[in-house]
Design a protein around this ligand. Structure first.
Ligand code: NAP
Ligand code: MG
Length: 501
């Protein structure tokens, strides 16, 4: 680790030292039981903050505050234009606090500071602005009805109304951005929310809470309960919650669906993935090699849409493996605050152990390591660093090919024909994303149509925009976040029929 790493800016140091409480009904309050938990910097394995540990009783308080704000409170009276302005104001405040948000994201999650700044924070701000625009454009429709059994004529129209109180459970891989994806659409549609950030990475959501108070959202519209999985489970099961939106593991996704059954609340799920990146012989190899390496190594492989299964055409296979392995070997690992760092640590000890176990299982099952491996990177004795790892000589039954690793580990497989690429790309229980690399436009579209995935990238991977919908097929979940499609998640339709006489 380089010696010349700058410390966090003063405002971040002051924020870390604060007593972090729960945001309930517009007030910062301690957890009912007075419990707190530690927040760790994964690059140094050091405690950087303490936050309140909310439990089921705190979820109750937050849900009731959200209910009051929705059912009786001022939020329903706020005009769409005012809602849009509040969301835009929050985006402006986030922009003013770009460096604070980026540094917190880097310290909390481990990602390089420059990446947090340019990707996470910038996209999150843009996301709020995109949905600020939608607040005034959520419209119903008029429907020309005939009602054939009577002479009476009717006017039929629909109102698109908010669903009410929404529980939002956030993962740790993009803590700020995932909070933005969920909050932007829900608020634009006029809902009240209770947010449960991941236990590993609660800090940026807490700063968003402070900025939301400053922006002037009425009390109870945005509530934040930091805590563990038990708090998430209480939110998913709560009878006064109208909808729950979850991003995380497929395993917990199953639990959420079960928990939602009590009051039949709406559910949207963005779950795991095992996304294929398919490189044909006619691809621009330089672009493809950089692209498929980024597909798996970006965010240290902790992306639900990571391109963890790489399929290489027969003529370019060897060169592609060489190029991707070289990129892996040359990646500079280190503290996210070090400007030279290209890849930070994994988020936690648990995730480090998990990913190392997968690398071990690949080796035990006979796969060959072309780059990386379990050994710690040189010079990094502390922190949850895993080297970017490339496996070849794999078969589709190995655990490293069937299960989501959520680390910087890619397995390369051969294929010969287009149909085979589609079939093998689809040979997974997941269906979140895929990328196709070829100069043949017809082939690219044919493969894109054949793949059962919610997003297909052609000659790119991990490209996101607030306007483009994102979500899963199969066990990767259901519902689409972002774009106009997310409005479906956070509104419901009321049909009104008027007797015209
Ligand atoms: P996880 O358990 O699914 O956590 C996601 C969120 O759900 C966190 O806020 C978590 O709280 C909460 N949670 C946990 N148990 C819950 C329950 N029974 N009911 C409601 N909410 C609950 O994910 P993880 O344990 O952090 O990571 C495990 C694996 O999940 C990863 O290795 C990766 O494969 C996958 N994952 C996928 C994504 C994605 O974007 N699709 C994101 C993160 C992880 P706590 O933080 O307190 O557990
Ligand atoms: Mg968990």
């Amino acid at each position: 680790m380089s010696a010349a790493i700058a410390p966090p800016i003063e405002s971040v140091q002051a924020f870390l030292a604060e007593k972090h409480q729960l945001l309930i009904g517009g007030r910062w309050v301690p957890a009912a039981a007075g419990e707190t938990f530690e927040v760790e910097n994964p690059a140094r394995e050091s405690v950087i903050a303490h936050v309140a540990r909310g439990r089921a009783v705190d979820i109750d308080r937050a849900v009731e505050a959200a209910r009051r704000a929705f059912d009786a409170g001022p939020w329903r009276q706020v005009t769409p234009s005012e809602r849009g302005k509040l969301i835009w104001k929050l985006a402006d405040l986030m922009e003013e606090h770009t460096e604070d948000l980026a540094q917190l994201e880097c310290l909390d999650n481990g990602k390089p500071l420059a990446v947090a700044r340019a990707a996470d924070v910038a996209l999150a701000i843009d996301h709020f602005r995109y949905y600020a625009g939608w607040a005034t454009k959520i419209e119903g429709e008029t429907i020309p009805v005939s009602v054939p059994y009577t002479e009476t004529r009717f006017l039929d129209f629909t109102l698109r109304e908010p669903v009410g109180v929404v529980g939002q459970i956030i993962p740790w891989n993009f803590p700020l951005l995932m909070a933005a994806w969920k909050l932007g659409a829900a608020l634009a549609c006029g809902n009240c929310v209770v947010v449960k950030p991941a236990e590993q990475t609660p800090l940026s959501a807490l700063l968003i809470g402070q900025l939301a108070c400053e922006a002037g959202f009425p009390d109870g519209v945005i509530n934040i309960v930091t805590g563990y999985g038990d708090a998430g489970a209480a939110l998913a099961a709560h009878d006064h919650v109208d909808k729950v939106a979850f991003t995380g593991s497929t395993e917990v996704g199953h639990e959420i669906v079960k928990a939602s059954a009590g009051n039949l609340k709406r559910v949207s799920l963005e779950l795991g993935g095992k996304s294929p990146a398919i490189v044909f012989d006619d691809a621009d190899l330089e672009l493809a090699a950089e692209g498929v390496a980024g597909a798996i190594f970006f965010n240290h492989g902790q992306c639900c849409c990571a391109g963890s299964r790489l399929f290489a055409g027969p003529k370019i296979r060897e060169e592609l493996i060489e190029r991707v392995s070289a990129i892996a070997q040359n990646t500079v690992l280190g503290d996210g605050f070090d400007p030279n760092t290209e890849m930070g640590p994994l988020v936690s000890r648990e995730q480090y152990d998990r990913v190392c176990n997968y690398i071990g299982s690949g080796e035990e099952e006979g796969a060959q390591i072309q780059a990386g491996g379990k050994a710690r990177p040189e010079g990094l004795d502390r922190g949850y660093f895993v080297r970017p790892t490339v496996f070849t000589d794999v078969n589709p039954d190995m655990r490293i090919l069937r299960e989501e690793i959520f680390g910087p580990v890619v397995a390369v497989q051969p294929f010969e024909e287009v149909e085979e690429a589609i079939a093998r790309g689809n040979d997974t229980e997941f269906g979140l994303a895929a990328s196709v690399w070829t100069r043949d436009i017809g082939k690219a579209h044919k493969v894109a149509q054949g793949l059962r995935a919610g997003t297909v990238w052609i000659n790119c991977h991990n490209v996101f925009d607030a306007a483009a919908p994102f979500g899963g097929y199969k066990k990767s979940g259901y519902g689409r976040e972002m774009g106009r499609h997310a409005l479906e998640l956070y509104t419901q339709v009321k049909n009104v029929i008027v007797n015209l006489g």
